[in-house]
Design a protein. Sequence first.
Length: 212
Amino acid sequence: MSKRIRMTWFYAVCRQVLVAATRVLFFLRVRGSHLIPRQGGCIIASNHVSYLDPPLLAVSSPRLLCFMGKQELFKGGFGFLIRNLNAFPIRRSSSDVRAMRQAITKLKEGQVMIIFPEGTRSTDGQLGSVQPGVGMLAERAGVPVIPAYIDGAQRAWPNKARWPRLFVPIRVHFGPAVAWDPAAAGANDRDHYQAVADAIIGAIKKIKNNLS
């Protein structure tokens, strides 16, 4: 059952600091945040080009977000920080059933989760192929998926750069909830989940194409 999820004081303070920083340092502008449901679980599915993407989405959403991050990040001080910012680990080298169950539980409880359908950062800024995992998560949790496109983050902090470039404009655009036709999927679960995942990445591409 969905329950009301409140921001912790730590998350709220960090978010407000980042709101001010991203507006000053990257002239951040957000479009379509009203399309994020005000209650109940949902997935925000976004392109992924930069280390900046998770904090950019966090400050662009009016709601508390939760994150899945690769297990290697959850070590030392940084691991302590992101755990307290509502992140939890996932093993990317294999099918992490436990992490997927945890994600489904969080979504059914009413949380909003960031998912990068491509699974890793793009090296050229282009949207790549997508695995069926995001489709399975959306279907099993039974929540809406809001597509998002981050424009400018790759220029601000390129994939192989050690430090970000300041004063590079960044825009975050949200689109309407993704619609897919269950009857159009294949005969087995994997085909069905892949069809859902393709619909999600298609919605992200549509936002990108409408910007040009």
